[in-house]
Design a protein around this ligand. Structure first.
Ligand code: ARG
Length: 457
């Protein structure tokens, strides 16, 4: 019968199954570093404010350091009966340092302690995720450079719409990732608020110094309301929202890559090292990675919805429900980090079939808008130009000819405004060039953005 650290008012020890149900050590142990950092700052503050002796504080800090080394070396035994990371570490510290360790929890509750750990953890993870976003953005820039000049059918409604540079299409994802980066900077800002000192909910009777702890741990702000400090999970909701939107972007890109490497499109081929085969069909080369990223999007959305539901209508301040904030958060972190890393590889290794892309542009009517705009430049109102061009397209379909196959005489039958220069307007190169799609300038701008992003890390 092991007595808990809080066991004073109890006559019985916790039922084994109940304890297993309510323990969080199996997942919150990954916050060991943050818990030790937080406790170290707390112990220093207690001594600085004369709440514990400098000697005790020193023993605590040294003891925590030893525990950190033990955990990193894999020599630390996490115990379910000690519930969570906070009590596992506190118990080990007390076993080692005696009364000094027993003084660490002065002026603190696990409620503000867990909030502190999670803030520190999210802050650290956001930076790592932002680094991966930058790496992916760099991959997109490299690909845009490598494939510069390649013309590709842009789609609306998944119908060929207007030709674009393939690099222009790739750089659309750069812009999405840039917003993701900025969203995560917002998440960082909201995680960068220090909750310690809130106690269980109502602060502390001790003369604590929150500023000192905030400075030790490099926090920009301190919670102004102790009840908010222990029950705020907005930064987790924001993290999960930012992660969900990031996954929306990756899933859209996934879907496109999956389509592009189908035989029907044949626009790209993924590296052999990035695909798998079929156990039955010998010819198969499957785009598993983008499929999985597309699939994992669902589970990240699920974590967001689960967390929204957990905090919905939750009364102030701490409730054990809030322990449910961690598994979804951790799984989301793992999922988006892994997805970003593999996606970057996929895009870097992707081979482009420029000929098929070009054929898709030429063997179609995606230059029709250019014919209409040509007529407008000759003085015809756009609506009429649209109608004339529509008839030309209809004629082309009937006679199995594309707009580039028609003769000037055929053009003139639809409008006397057509001249010889119509032929050059129709070429894919002209179509793209005339649209001011300056990929080179976009690449320079994107490169600057990456530099600015890196400077914020
Ligand atoms: N493991 C708990 C959690 O993750 C720590 C806080 C426990 N607080 C309490 N009053 N039981 O939320």
């Amino acid at each position: 019968m092991s007595k808990s650290l809080w066991g004073g008012r109890f006559e019985k020890s916790t039922d084994e199954m109940i304890n297993e149900f309510q323990a969080s050590i199996n997942f919150d142990k990954r916050m060991y570093r943050e818990d030790i950092e937080g406790s170290t700052a707390h112990a220093k503050m207690l001594a600085k404010c004369g709440i514990i002796s400098p000697d005790d504080s020193k023993k605590i800090v040294e003891g925590l350091n030893k525990i950190l080394q033990k955990i990193e070396a894999g020599d630390f035994e996490f115990k379910v009966e000690l519930e969570d990371i906070h009590m596992n570490i506190e118990k080990a510290l007390t076993d080692d340092t005696g009364d000094a360790g027993r003084r660490l929890h002065t002026a603190r509750s696990r409620n503000d302690q867990v909030a502190l750990d999670t803030h520190l953890y999210v802050r650290r993870q956001v930076k790592e995720i932002q680094k991966l976003i930058i790496e992916f953005q760099q991959t997109l820039i490299n690909a845009a450079k490598k494939h510069s000049g390649i013309i590709f059918p842009g789609y609306t409604h998944l119908q060929r719409a207007q030709p674009v540079y393939f690099s222009h299409h790739l750089l659309a994802y750069f812009s999405m990732l840039q917003r993701d980066f900025e969203r995560f900077s917002g998440v960082y800002k909201r995680a960068d608020i220090m909750p310690l000192g809130a106690g269980a909910l109502a602060g502390s009777t001790f003369p604590i110094d929150k500023n000192f702890v905030a400075e030790e741990l490099n926090f920009s702000e301190i919670y102004s309301n102790s009840m908010d400090a222990v029950s705020d999970r907005d930064y987790i909701l924001e993290f999960l929202s930012a992660a969900s939107i990031l996954m929306v972007h990756l899933s859209r890109f996934s879907e496109e890559i999956i389509l592009w490497c189908s035989r029907e499109f044949s626009f790209v081929e993924l590296d052999d090292a990035h695909c798998t085969g079929s156990s039955m069909m010998p010819q198969k080369k499957n785009p598993d990675v983008p499929e999985l990223v597309r699939g994992k999007t669902g589970r990240v959305f699920g974590h967001l919805l689960a967390m929204l539901t957990t905090v919905k209508a939750l009364p102030l301040a701490y409730n054990k429900d809030l322990q449910e904030d961690k598994e979804g958060l951790f799984d989301t972190i793992d999922t988006i980090k892994f997805s970003l890393a593999v996606f970057s590889q996929i895009v870097a290794g992707m081979k482009i079939n420029a000929e098929n892309m070009r054929r898709a542009v030429e063997e179609d009517f995606s230059n029709a808008t250019d014919v209409a705009e040509y007529l407008v430049k000759k003085g015809i109102p756009f609506r009429d130009a649209h109608a004339i061009t529509g008839k030309l397209v209809h004629y082309g379909i009937e006679h199995k000819k594309y707009l580039t196959d028609l003769t000037l005489d055929e053009y003139k039958e639809f409008s006397p405004a057509f001249d010889e220069d119509i032929i050059s307007v129709l070429k894919p190169e002209s179509v793209v060039k005339n649209r001011n799609m300056n990929v080179e300038a976009a690449i320079i701008k994107a490169t600057e953005k990456i530099k600015t992003n890196s400077e914020t890390l």
